[in-house]
Design a protein around this ligand. Structure first.
Ligand SMILES: NC(=O)C1=CN([C@@H]2O[C@H](COP(=O)(O)OP(=O)(O)OC[C@H]3O[C@@H](n4cnc5c(N)ncnc54)[C@H](OP(=O)(O)O)[C@@H]3O)[C@@H](O)[C@H]2O)[C@@H](O)CC1
Ligand SMILES: Nc1ncnc2c1ncn2[C@@H]1O[C@H](COP(=O)(O)OP(=O)(O)O)[C@@H](O)[C@H]1O
Ligand SMILES: [K+]
Length: 521
């Protein structure tokens, strides 16, 4: 598991550690880690020159000290100061060390031409403009200087690509786009959330000897090593029912393939049994493509409702299918609600109390929010609003519905509803804080962009449904499902195009390989 900590949590842990350490020790450790990574990248690409972009806080101090170490190691190092107070505004001890080590220091506003030339000539740019103390966005003259960076230069962000919102909530501000971020002690939310992940580049964590408590994580990401622990592996006393039966209400006369994709994914993921409920055409296709599936309604451990489901369809067959879908949505059986099925959530029946995962993409989440929370004076959020602020909108939907929201995208979010505080059960003030603390957001980014293809979401829904039927919590089912789906996509792609059916057909071997790789090492 990779865990990211909020700025408050980082400052708390670092303040506690600092009390037992000599002045400046944490910054020294940070700079040593940074310089080591920078030297390795320079060596890999036969680079010799470094420019440090230096802001007014400790982030600039880290960059200056690292430049001093790199200069001592024989690299040609310059520093360009961007602090509004010039040299008076930067970390004085680090500045002194950099100068002593022979770093060529220029104030950007004093000599913009020289500053731009230094940036343009560097093989490696150390971005120390601003870190976790920053407000989102870049200030002049940062943008102009960044435009001068050579296309072949390696941009190494110190702790955080400058300009990102450290909390990773807001994503539409200007920021540095780093090739790599070297972060101190623990990842920060921006590194793992959609608003900051792309600008972060490769993430390298430097150990500065500070402990960050696991239970304070703001964001979590499952890794391959978590799969054996979480994946439901059958034992000798299991049978198909105890492993979990998934009822699937999917497909219709308009979208026939969705039914095949999600049922294929479910059987590939090792479901105990699939019961499929559909209209005649998709039913015929499922019978052919997934002979393991049992056609018809019955007892299930979880429902998957919605892939390819047309809730406006008329005719007896469609109405019979929709009746089953509505019973599933109104029941207290665990539920995955995807695509068309999301239209069946009625405000008056919320929040759902049974374990529930909603799996919208940005457009579907916007539509759901507009329908459930829209006031009369506004049309509700658009898909672009959701893309600009995905975490906030996913949280809103989770809180409105009582369901875990899996918001699909290059970085997929899994957001639980905020626990409600029950005054009657609290014994003191601490209980109130603990009971209402938002659970860590899960975030997965395992898939290549080739996965943005029709039908890929149906496959994901089948995997998540299987895991929910096996008894996993909505949060584990959703995040583990996203991981396995993403890895299967990566394998199916191999660097080229993929089709959703190939992702579904790769689930079985992907799970097998993830379950057995730990034992192979
Ligand atoms: N915590 C620790 O123990 C350790 C921390 N370490 C390091 O310290 C970093 C945090 O340092 P920090 O707290 O000094 O804040 P930092 O990110 O440098 O920025 C604050 C300054 O930036 C300015 N500023 C704000 N927004 C801006 C913008 N958009 N664009 C430009 N400027 C902007 C703001 O000025 P103002 O807004 O007031 O004008 C203020 O002066 C952390 O990321 C890590 O690298 C390591 O050494 C290991 C130990
Ligand atoms: N740029 C991207 N990189 C990686 N994965 C992506 C990207 N864009 C979308 N995806 C993934 O592709 C899948 C698309 O699902 P969805 O939009 O529901 O497709 P459909 O409705 O056609 O099945 C989701 O799992 C999503 O996370
Ligand atoms: K930075």
């Amino acid at each position: 598991m990779i865990r990211a900590h909020s700025v408050e949590s980082v400052r708390r842990a670092e303040d506690a550690a600092r009390r037992d350490l000599p002045e400046g020790e944490l910054m020294r450790r940070a700079a040593e880690g940074l310089a080591e990574v920078a030297a390795a990248r320079l060596d890999e690409r036969d680079g010799t020159s470094v420019v440090a972009l230096v802001g007014s806080g400790d982030n600039g101090g880290d960059a200056l000290l690292a430049a001093a170490l790199l200069s001592d190691a024989g690299f040609a190092c310059a520093a360009v100061v961007l602090a509004s107070d010039g040299l008076d505004g930067v970390h004085d001890v680090a500045l002194e060390e950099a100068r002593t080590a022979g770093v060529d220091v220029t104030v950007a506003t004093d000599d913009p031409t020289a500053a731009e030339r230094l940036v343009a000539e560097a093989d490696l740019v150390l971005d120390g403009i601003v870190g976790i103390g920053g407000r989102p966005g870049l200030r002049a003259p940062a943008s102009a200087l960044l435009d001068a960076v050579d296309d072949d230069a390696w941009v190494l962000a110190v702790d955080l690509a400058s300009g990102l919102d450290p909390a990773g909530e807001h994503g539409d501000d200007d920021s540095v786009w780093a090739d790599e971020t070297v972060t101190m002690g623990t990842p920060k939310p921006a590194h793992l959330l959609p608003a900051g992940e792309a600008a972060t580049g490769r993430l390298t964590v430097v150990d500065i000897g500070v402990e960050f408590p696991d239970d304070e994580a703001a964001v979590e990401r499952l890794t391959w090593d978590d799969v054996p622990e979480l994946w439901p592996v059958p034992g000798p006393s299991d049978d198909k029912y105890s492993r979990g039966v998934l009822g699937v209400v999917a497909g219709g006369e308009s979208y026939t393939g969705a039914a095949v994709l999600c049922t294929t994914a479910a059987v590939e993921a090792g479901v105990g049994m699939v019961r499929y409920v559909g209209t005649p055409t998709p039913t015929g296709l499922v019978r052919l493509a997934v002979p393991e599936a049992v056609v018809g309604d019955g007892r299930v451990q979880a429902w998957l409702v919605g892939p390819g489901l047309d809730t406006t369809a008329e005719g007896d067959d469609a109405q019979r299918q929709l009746a089953v879908a509505r019973v599933a949505v109104d029941s207290d059986v665990p539920l995955v609600l995807d695509a068309g099925g999301l239209d069946l959530l009625e405000a008056e029946a919320l929040p759902r109390t049974a374990p529930t995962v909603l799996t919208p993409h940005a457009g579907e989440l916007a539509r759901l929010l507009a329908r459930l929370a829209g006031d009369k004076d506004s049309d509700g959020p658009s898909a672009d609003d959701v893309r600009a602020d995905p975490l906030r909108h996913a949280r809103r939907a989770a809180d409105l519905t009582g369901a875990t929201v899996l918001l699909k995208g290059a970085t997929t979010l899994v957001v639980d509803p905020t626990p409600t505080y029950d005054e009657t059960e609290a014994t003191d003030a601490t209980d109130a804080t603990d009971a209402t603390a938002a659970p860590a957001v899960r975030s997965q980014a395992d898939a290549p962009p080739w996965l943005a293809t029709a039908g890929a979401g149906d496959v994901l829904a089948g995997v998540v449904g299987t895991l929910l039927a096996a008894g996993l919590t909505p949060r584990d089912a959703a995040s583990l499902g996203a991981l396995v789906h993403g890895v299967s996509a990566d394998r199916a792609s191999g660097g080229g195009p993929l089709r959703a059916l190939a992702v579904a057909h790769g689930i079985r071997t992907t799970v097998r390989d993830l379950l057995t790789r730990a034992g192979d090492r």
